[in-house]
Design a protein around this ligand. Structure first.
Ligand code: RM4
Ligand code: MN
Ligand code: MN
Length: 423
C-alpha cells in the first residue's frame, strides 16, 4: 500500500490553522526555533526489518493481520511510516530473517520508495535448518574452531549482502555466554571472540563501520561475553578505526546511567550506533519514551553536546529503533517511537547550553537543574509537526494513519493470517 501526497495534504489542511497559531506562539518564545525545526526535519531513524510484525514472548505471539510476509512488503511498510513521518528513510536488515534473494530487485524497490539500507545485522544466536554446527554453546566465542569459522563465515556473508544493497555497516550482537559458573572460561571466550571478530573485520570494506553491541544478560543468565560498554570498547579498540561501540537502551542493568556512558564514549569518538527502545526491567523492547522520557532527554543532551563539541571526531551515530510490538499495531508503535525520539531530541536542542555551562562552572546546582527542566517541560509537538509538514509529511501521523485506515487496507491486501519473520 502506498499513501498519496494529496491524501496527506487533505488531512493536513484541516489542522493547519491551529498548527500555524501554535507555531507563531512558539517562535516568539524561542529564537533558535528555525534551527531546531531544521535539525528535526533532517533527522532519520532506521527501522529494523524484524519489527514490522507481531513480536512475541516465550509464552506466545498474537498476530495483527496484514503483516508483511516478504522483504518487499516490509520495505513498503517502512515507506508508509516514512511518508507520514518523513523521518524513517532506512531499513536495517537481519540475516537470515530477511535474505535479499534478488539484491538488485530489492534495491530497486527500496529506491523507488525512497528507502535506504542502514546497518546489516548478523544472527548467530539461533540455529538455522541448513546449518552444520550448533550455536547452543556460543558462536564467535565457541571452544570449537569449526563453530567459530561457521559464525565468521556467516558474518562475512552478511557483509556481502550489505555491499550488494549499498549498506555501510555491520552490527554484531552476540548471545554468547554461559548459564552456569564454571561452564565457560571467561578469558578464553573473550580471546576467541576477539580473533573471530578480527577475521570479520578484515572482510569489511574500507568505507564500512563495524558496531559491537553489548548486553549484560539474556539469553545467558550467568555471564555474557560482551556484557558491557567497556568490553565492547576494548574489542573495538583492538580491531581498529572502523570499529565502534553500539548502545542499545535496553541492554543495561536497572538504573545504569546511560547518558554518562554516551558522554564517555563520545569523548573518545567511539559511539557508533544507537538502538532505541524503553524498558521497565531489562531488554523489554517497549516503545521508545513510554517509561523513562526524562532519561531519553538526558541522553539526547549528551548526544547534542557530543556532536557540537567533537574533538575526537565521533561520527554521527547510526540510529535505529529496536523495539518489539506485542499489543500495538507495529506501524503505529513505530510512529510513536519516532515521535518520542524526536521529542527528546528537540527538547535537548532547546537547552540553553551557555547558561548550563556557566551554572556548572559556578557549581550552581539549582540553576543547572532548572535549565534542563525548562527545556524538558517545553511542549515541542508543534516543532515536530512543522518539521514533518515542511517535508510533505503529516501534521498528526497517527491520526492520518487511522483516517487512511492503513491496517485494514493491509489486511485486505495481504490477508488476516500473513505473518512477518523475526523474533
Ligand atoms: C538483541 C539485540 C539485537 C537485536 C536482537 C533481535 O537483544 O538487541 O540488536 O538484533 O535482539
Ligand atoms: Mn539491539
Ligand atoms: Mn535487545
Amino acid at each position: 500500500m502506498q499513501i498519496k501526497n494529496t491524501a496527506i495534504n487533505d488531512l493536513n489542511s484541516g489542522l493547519l490553522l491551529d498548527h500555524e497559531e501554535n507555531l507563531k506562539l512558539l517562535s516568539k518564545k524561542h529564537q533558535n526555533l528555525e534551527q531546531i525545526i531544521d535539525v528535526i526535519a533532517n533527522y532519520n531513524i532506521a527501522i529494523p526489518s524484524w519489527a514490522l510484525g507481531a513480536g512475541g514472548t516465550r509464552f506466545g505471539k498474537f498476530g495483527f493481520g496484514g503483516e508483511p510476509s516478504t522483504l518487499e512488503q516490509k520495505i513498503e511498510d517502512i515507506a508508509v511510516i516514512n511518508t507520514l513521518t518523513k523521518s524513517a528513510n532506512a531499513i536495517s536488515l537481519h540475516i537470515p530473517w530477511d535474505i535479499p534473494k534478488d539484491p538488485e530487485g530489492i534495491k530497486a524497490t527500496a529506491e523507488k520508495l525512497g528507502i535506504q539500507f542502514d546497518a546489516m545485522n548478523s544472527n548467530t544466536f539461533q540455529d538455522q535448518e541448513d546449518q552444520e554446527y550448533s550455536y547452543k554453546f556460543g558462536s564467535l566465542c565457541h571452544t570449537d574452531k569449526s563453530v567459530r569459522d561457521q559464525a565468521v563465515a556467516h558474518n562475512k556473508e552478511v557483509i556481502d549482502y550489505g555491499v550488494a544493497l549499498g549498506s555501510k555497516s555491520l552490527t554484531v550482537w552476540l548471545a554468547d555466554g554461559s548459564n552456569f559458573p564454571g561452564q565457560l572460561n571467561f578469558r578464553r571466550a573473550f580471546e576467541n571472540t576477539l580473533s573471530s571478530l578480527k577475521e570479520i573485520y578484515a572482510h569489511l570494506p574500507s568505507d564500512w563501520k563495524l558496531f559491537i553491541e553489548y548486553k549484560p544478560y539474556e539469553p545467558n543468565f550467568y555471564s555474557m561475553v560482551i556484557q558491557d560498554w567497556g568490553t565492547s570498547h576494548m574489542l573495538a579498540k583492538d580491531l581498529g578505526e572502523q570499529a565502534y561501540t553500539l548502545v542499545d537502551l535496553g541492554h543495561h542493568l536497572p538504573n545504569t546511567n546511560i547518558e554518562h556512558i554516551v558522554a564517555t564514549l563520545m569523548t573518545r569518538g567511539m559511539l557508533g550506533g544507537f538502538h532505541f527502545n524503553d524498558s521497565k526491567y531489562g531488554d523489554d523492547d517497549l516503545s521508545v519514551g513510554v517509561i523513562k522520557p526524562y532519561q531519553l532527554f538526558l541522553i539526547f543532551n549528551e548526544l547534542v553536546f557530543g556532536m557540537q563539541n567533537n574533538p575526537a571526531n565521533n561520527p554521527i551515530p547510526a540510529w535505529m529503533i529496536d523495539a518489539s510490538h506485542n499489543l500495538k499495531d507495529p506501524l503505529e508503535d513505530l510512529i510513536q517511537s519516532i515521535e518520542a525520539i524526536e521529542t527528546a531530541y528537540a527538547k535537548a536542542l532547546l537547552i540553553d547550553q551557555k547558561a548550563l555551562e556557566s551554572a556548572q562552572l559556578k557549581n550552581d546546582v539549582a540553576s543547572a537543574q532548572r535549565i534542563l527542566q525548562d527545556a524538558f517541560n517545553t511542549d515541542v509537538k508543534t516543532i515536530l509537526a512543522e518539521a514533518r509538514r515542511r517535508n510533505g509529511g503529516a501534521i498528526d501521523p497517527i491520526l492520518a494513519y487511522r483516517k487512511l485506515d492503513v491496517r485494514n487496507q493491509l489486511i485486505k491486501e495481504r490477508g488476516m493470517n500473513s505473518s512477518a519473520t523475526g523474533l
